[in-house]
Design a protein around this ligand. Structure first.
Ligand code: APR
Ligand code: PHB
Length: 389
């Protein structure tokens, strides 16, 4: 098989890149290790920055998002006895949308299918070759067990944090932080008990109340990195959420419902640089992973491919490689901004260290919720900075 751009991975990065490339008149083939159903049903994060929403709308992917996405103009920060609203629209003039990554993925799959996009699902033994030549190729075994070869002008690794593309970049640096806690994620059939997301600091650990729709809520609890999921009965989950989120007799109450899914998510920061070697480029989780506290993972993936698509189109269509040559540097500026913001939100809100750390956290929360300058910094980063910094 031969194409212009071989894309490894059919998550949001890979599918959006193929969509953007087609609009630029560049052809691609996507290779994906898992099945279409598996990729479409993974439960992931759910907050879109306004620049992500603008881009999705501009490229014809905004219809369901406009109908079903929930616009939020701020978030709530909570700690025992106190709850404060950070109003993004007031502070920086833009809000965010709550719309699950699962939904973004469905929209992408539908659009790519309508366009006749070639996606090979359930491939194995994916391997990248000859990235230092102008005829790189990807070898793989297809769903029927047949060894195949996809030749291309460029290969893009959109294969997430465990895929083979990152490791194919041999002269790469890696910057990493592993956090001493994890998240227990819970999806429940219950109407959200709040209009805005609640990020809560608590002596027992962080909690987050998020949502997916008017009848489905998403929650997270800080747990140990090696936490045993079996130790978390539905009862224990609801009691911990209620305590950490500030459920009080006569005050705010947390509604409970049927728990549909629960899982443990590790928390780490990872940046690989550069995001390019020869004719192999990285985008999305393949190049960087952030802890979910700042809700940046999906937005960073969207921002990467928004820079990469025009760069590849200029290179392959017009023979101008100047944008491709600066892609890694331009993308990494935003990656590091979001890495710092996600680290900062994580360290402010999760229990770690001792009582000294706890006092610093509460002081920081007070400052962010009472000083306009403090609140503005959080709002500007959370609602999202321009695609190119
Ligand atoms: N060959 C083909 N595909 C592969 C391989 C391989 N060897 N290894 C991994 N993949 C696929 C995975 O199965 C997955 O579907 O690459 C895809 C990567 O998708 P994501 O992990 O969703 O990464 P990305 O598209 O960059 O999206 C980033 O996902 O993890 C979240 O928080 C993150 O929201 C962000 C988003
Ligand atoms: C989610 O809804 O899954 C979500 C929301 C906000 C975050 C992380 C995850 O910071």
């Amino acid at each position: 098989m031969r194409t212009q751009v071989a894309i490894v991975g059919a998550g949001p990065s890979g599918m959006l890149l193929s969509h953007l490339l087609e609009r630029e008149g560049v052809e691609s083939v996507v290779l994906e290790a898992r099945s279409e159903d598996y990729v479409a049903s993974r439960v992931r994060a759910g907050v879109l920055e306004s620049s992500s929403v603008d881009l999705l709308r501009q490229v014809g992917l905004g219809d369901r998002l406009d109908g079903e996405g929930l616009h939020h103009s701020g978030i709530l920060l909570h700690w025992p006895g106190e709850r404060h609203r950070i109003d993004f629209v007031d502070l920086v003039g833009r809000g965010v949308w709550v719309y699950g990554q699962t939904e973004v993925q469905k929209d992408l799959v539908a659009a790519r299918r309508a366009a006749g996009q070639r996606v090979e699902y359930e491939v194995s033994e994916t391997s990248i070759h000859d990235v230092h030549t102008d005829r790189p190729f990807v070898s793989f075994v297809d769903a029927g067990g047949v060894p195949r070869r996809l030749e291309a002008d460029v290969v893009v690794g959109c294969d997430g944090s465990h895929g083979p593309c990152r490791t194919a970049i041999t002269d790469r640096g890696a910057w990493e932080r592993t956090y001493p806690f994890a998240w227990l994620g819970v999806l429940a059939d219950v109407a959200p008990s709040t209009g805005e997301l609640i990020y809560a600091w608590h002596p027992d650990g962080f909690a987050l109340h998020s949502m997916r729709s008017e009848s489905v809520s998403r929650f997270y609890l800080q747990v140990e990195p090696d936490e045993d999921l079996a130790a978390w009965s539905d009862n224990r989950i609801w009691e911990s959420l209620a305590a950490r989120l500030g459920d009080e007799p006569g005050g705010w109450r947390l509604s409970t419902g049927a728990i549909r899914e629960k899982s443990i998510l590790p928390m780490r920061s990872h940046v690989a640089a550069p995001l390019r070697q020869g004719r192999l480029f990285l985008a999305g989780d393949a190049g960087h992973v952030v802890p979910p506290t700042g809700a940046k993972g999906l937005n960073l993936a969207i921002a990467d491919v928004a820079l990469l698509a025009p760069a590849l189109s200029a290179m392959l269509r017009d023979g101008d490689s100047s944008l491709a040559d600066t892609y890694s540097e331009r993308a990494l500026r935003r990656v590091w901004r979001c890495t710092q913001f996600s680290w900062w939100m994580t360290m402010m809100l999760h229990r770690h260290g001792d009582d000294f750390d706890a006092e610093l956290q509460i002081s920081q929360l007070r400052w962010v919720t009472t000083s306009r300058a403090g609140a503005q910094g959080l709002a500007e980063n959370y609602a999202g900075l321009p695609l190119e910094l």
